[in-house]
Design a protein around this ligand. Structure first.
Ligand SMILES: [Zn+2]
Ligand SMILES: [Zn+2]
Length: 306
């Protein structure tokens, strides 16, 4: 215990706290940058998707939307095709020939093999699964590693056992309420490289930052209480268990008592002398012997002007 206290006394807590805050900010910024970097394609796709969605739902399909659809399709590995159909399901635009090479119409019905999937009127062996719009942006499956996706045939998003490893395409659709035109966005999920390792690393870094903060508070309270000759073990334990709450209680305790100017021990604020070193920490009124604080103008015992 003595060695531990000697070690604590060598620590300059102010300096350590400054370094800790700076390093933490740097590490958190690095983590954010790493996430941004590996998800840049997904973020770009989400932005392009939003632009398309905004343009399609408020205006009937026209030339202005074509470059946006081309950008969305060619800019992302996930997007297989974008198809626009009129109210009678006639294809009026497609970004490429993928999946709909021979289609004039694009009519989706439930698959006979599995009702959970849709098929179109021409390629009956191609399966589609409708996903919600927010899945485009917050698709949790992005973080899975590629091999896991390939082997995980139970995962309904990708493969269905009945479909004999046949790939299921994900489908989002938008409807223009005025013209009844529909926009189908067909996509797959390409995994983010090293996503799992990255998430584990970032989790570890954030966990470490938090643990150092938590233990640091407890150590500081322990040492401060030790210097002030208070029950350091008890205060340290309280701070270790309750962290910021323990720190607040300790600070309040210090404020309602008096710290000896000479030896630093915490004393009852009504004491005249320090119980640890004998220094006089409060004055007494010459007339009535009441204890006087420095900022009093009159004695609270007899009303004498000080
Ligand atoms: Zn003292
Ligand atoms: Zn007095």
């Amino acid at each position: 215990m003595k060695k531990f206290e000697e070690f604590l006394n060598k620590i300059n807590f102010k300096k350590v706290a400054k370094v800790y805050v700076l390093v933490s900010i740097l590490l958190i910024a690095l983590c954010a940058a790493a996430i941004g970097y590996v998800t840049r394609d997904k973020i770009k796709m989400a932005i392009d998707y939003e632009k398309v969605s905004e343009a399609f739902e408020h205006k009937s399909f026209g030339e202005n939307l074509k470059p946006k659809l081309v950008k969305l399709t060619s800019g992302s590995k996930d997007i297989i095709n974008c198809i626009v159909v009129d109210k009678d399901n006639n294809i009026i635009y497609k970004a490429n020939d993928n999946l709909v090479k021979d289609n004039n119409k694009f009519i989706l019905t439930s698959q006979e093999a599995s009702k959970r999937y849709l098929q179109d009127n021409i390629n009956k062996d191609v399966a589609y699964k409708v996903t919600r719009e927010e899945n485009i942006i917050f698709n949790i499956d992005y973080v899975k590693i590629h091999d896991k996706i390939l082997s995980d045939i139970d995962e309904e998003f990708y493969y269905e056992k009945d479909l004999k490893d046949e790939k299921v395409n994900l489908l989002n659709y938008l409807i223009n309420r005025d013209t009844k035109e529909k926009l189908f966005i067909i996509r797959t999920v390409t995994p983010i490289p090293y996503a799992e390792a990255l998430i584990k690393t970032i989790g570890g870094i954030l966990g470490l930052i938090f643990i150092i903060y938590w233990i640091g508070i407890a150590l500081w309270v322990y040492r401060d209480a030790d210097i002030k000759k208070s029950n350091s073990a008890l205060w340290g334990l309280l701070a270790l268990l309750t962290n910021i709450i323990g720190l607040i209680i300790y600070t309040m305790y210090k404020q309602t008592n008096k710290v000896c100017y000479k030896c630093g021990a915490i004393q009852n604020k009504d004491s005249v002398f320090c119980g640890d070193c004998g220094a006089q920490i409060n004055e007494r009124c010459k007339d009535c012997n009441s204890i006087i604080n420095k900022n009093q103008k009159y004695c609270s015992g007899c009303g004498r002007k000080l």
